[in-house]
Design a protein around this ligand. Sequence first.
Ligand code: HEC
Length: 188
Amino acid sequence: MVALLGSASCNSRQQAEQKAADSIDTLAFMKAGDSISGIMQEVLLKNVMQATKAGGPVFAVEFCNERAVPLSDSLSEIYKCRIQRISDKYRNPANKPAPADLAVLESMELPDQAKPVLLSEAGNIVYYKPIKIAMPSCLNCHGSENGQIDPNTMQVIKQKYPADNATGYREGDLRGAWKITFQKPEQY
Ligand code: HEC
């Protein structure tokens, strides 16, 4: 009886320790995901605004085309993770979601569910954060093809992305998500 109790309390202690470790991981990866995606968003937005100011939307499309992915790659190096933008209606085929990503994007479309999530996928910890059409200026390149996107801009978009899906959005729509993949740490 004593032995049994002893092992039961030992088990629950292990469970408590495991839980604490899990919640520390969860908190740490949530915070890391939040700040990395925040930095990326800030850098991209600043760059798009500067490029638009310098050379108009056509130049800004060219800039996004050349710089968006390398910018993610350089931050991925710094933070030792993989940073991606995904969308069900992707412009760049490199941003095409995997099947597991699609399920997350769908769940983010549900009422009040457009918020960050942390999942365990294939031994990794994956952070997702919704990206919304939060500003009217997004519509200059993602709005309706008749009227909101300037014809010259549309021409460059079509030229760079012949299979573009990323138009027809309205303000407030879910545009896609940040996906940040961290390697799961060794259990402690
Ligand atoms: C000057 C035109 C322009 C503006 C303004 C713009 N985008 Fe984009 N967007 C692009 C281009 C070009 C790409 C493809 C980038 C690439 O090749 O990786 C893109 C890609 C994306 C992607 C990645 C998924 C995909 O479709 O490939 C997201 C998410 C996105 N934009 C959201 C936004 C949001 C939100 C705003 C407003 C804050 C915005 N964009 C403003 C041109 C623009």
